[in-house]
Design a protein around this ligand. Structure first.
Ligand SMILES: Cc1cc2nc3c(=O)[nH]c(=O)nc-3n(C[C@H](O)[C@H](O)[C@H](O)COP(=O)(O)OP(=O)(O)OC[C@H]3O[C@@H](n4cnc5c(N)ncnc54)[C@H](O)[C@@H]3O)c2cc1C
Length: 448
């Protein structure tokens, strides 16, 4: 059975786009109705002008028999999960924030707590229609003349072209998820249990949280057809606090997939106005987009006040990945050398079946992903982004790699050595010879 929700819509939009590009003579511009998940603060003018792609945001077809999804590049995971879960299917890997888009997660290395089994978001990619800077649209597949582009989409961050449409693999999902959390006092025991979970066929998802100096919480989860109760993490409880207090949690699959969305992980203030908001605001407003708007508003208010100087915080919003054998060293270093206050660190194992050209992580090898998603107090007397810099250095020294959605301070030669500059520039020459789109270093390191 194939459910085609918008059969002709995509073709019509492509025609519209071609006409607009011809009329304006301008370059395409990615621009969305939802918030961005890049954590690089840039000037508003940096978004540029041109033909907006914002309308490429719909699900085209859910192919139930083939377990595949045909979807436009700017569709959010919220839209996608709503369309697929109705048929008991979901993408192999669904990022935890509802407004991340499928195109953004492919070019920006999307992850989840089941990456140890399915790889990254882009490992579910079957094909992609890519809009090149000169206005041509090409179909990139692993077996056609654009196979090199296909393999270079992950970690390209829209610098080679924009994904207008993709076909993705789907998998069976059940309606509920049972989460079981164990507490460990010892890091070695915690890592051993997490590694064992990656080999356990009864575990569908695994991830861990820990605080500075505190215990380690390992949560192994599995799909279920029936559960004894359903816990509420949207209105009553804050997800990460509930799992630390209660060994068994039961969530709808949708709430599980987007479990960190209501609080944008752990970043909304727990003051009474927000507690009222989370309790009574319409469910449609209870999402990470609210956090992004709240942060922008806060920065704007602070900028208007004559007596407030520059904020005394570093946004330590990063993901680092190291081979599993070096996981203990990275975690010990992070706990010893940084101070992130009361907020947790988050870890998950991952293993990818393929090495993307621009994200040279070894295929079929187990890695540990360490994430930190909070604002931390700046270190007095140290250079800006001190914690980011020392953790980046440690990660690379341990043979790891870091994601580029946030800040990076590598010099150009180091950057291109880590992210396969040779292959990148050959592709840039082929797909964007006039340099109409920014290059990866300019976008991710220079933040222009
Ligand atoms: C705070 C935070 C939390 C995060 N949490 C998670 C998480 O829980 N799980 C996870 O997997 N990832 C997470 N990420 C990483 C996230 O997946 C990537 O940053 C991803 O690129 C964001 O996609 P987006 O749709 O929001 O795109 P945007 O943030 O709008 O854009 C990201 C980049 O991708 C490019 N891009 C976007 N759409 C397309 C397209 N259709 N074609 C080509 N290029 C495109 C843009 O030009 C831009 O360079 C997080 C990032 C941040 C900053």
């Amino acid at each position: 059975m194939s459910i085609r929700t918008n059969p002709n819509d995509f073709a019509a939009k492509k025609q519209w786009l071609a006409a607009q590009l011809q009329r304006n003579g301008g370059s395409p511009r990615l621009n969305k109705s939802t918030v961005s998940h890049l954590f690089r603060y840039r000037s508003a003018s940096a978004s540029g002008s041109g033909v907006s792609l914002t309308r490429f945001n719909r699900v085209i077809e859910v192919d139930v028999e083939q377990s595949s999804l045909n979807v436009e590049g700017l569709a959010t995971f919220e839209t996608i999960v709503e369309a697929t879960l109705a048929h008991g299917l979901i993408p192999l890997v669904c990022p935890e924030l509802k407004h991340i888009t499928i195109g953004g997660a492919i070019v920006g290395i999307g992850i989840e707590s089941n990456c140890f089994r399915h790889g990254f978001v882009h490992d579910g990619l079957i094909e992609a229609e890519v809009l090149l800077p000169d206005g041509r649209v090409v179909l990139a597949r692993p077996d056609n003349e654009h196979a090199e582009l296909f393999r270079a989409l992950p970690n390209s961050y829209g610098t080679l072209g924009y994904i207008l449409r993709t076909r993705m693999r789907l998998m069976r999902a059940r309606p509920w998820v049972h989460l079981r959390t164990q507490r460990f006092g010892d890091l070695v025991d915690f890592l051993a249990a997490m590694r064992a979970a990656t080999q356990d066929p009864n575990v569908d998802f695994t991830e861990g949280l820990f605080h500075a100096g505190g215990p380690f919480f390992l949560t192994n989860s599995r799909f279920e057809d029936h559960v004894p109760r359903v816990d509420d993490i949207v209105r009553r409880h804050v997800f990460y606090k509930l799992l630390e207090a209660q060994p068994d949690l039961y969530l709808s699959t949708r709430d599980y997939l987007f479990r960190y969305d209501p609080e944008w992980f752990w970043n909304l203030p727990e003051s009474w106005p927000y507690l009222l908001f989370r309790r009574f605001a319409p469910r449609s407003l209870r999402n990470s987009g609210f956090y992004t708007r709240y942060s922008a508003w806060k920065r704007w208010v602070l900028a208007q006040l004559p007596w407030t100087g520059e904020e005394d915080v570093e946004p330590l919003i990063q993901d680092w990945e190291v081979p599993w054998e070096r996981a203990r060293e990275l975690i010990e270093f992070a706990r010893r050398e940084t101070d992130i206050g009361a907020k947790p660190w988050i870890v998950t194992p991952l293993r990818t079946p393929s090495t993307p050209t621009l994200y040279p992580i070894e295929a079929n090898r187990l890695y540990l992903n360490l994430g930190c998603y909070c604002q931390v107090k700046k270190v007095a007397g140290r250079t800006d982004y001190w914690y980011t810099r020392i953790l980046d250095d440690k990660c690379f020294a341990l043979g790891g790699i870091k994601m580029l959605y946030s800040s990076t301070f590598l010099a150009p030669e180091q950057f291109w050595a880590h992210y396969n500059g040779k292959a990148y520039w050959a592709l840039k020459q082929r797909y964007d010879p006039k340099g109409q789109l920014k290059d990866l270093y300019a976008k991710c390191a220079l933040r222009v």
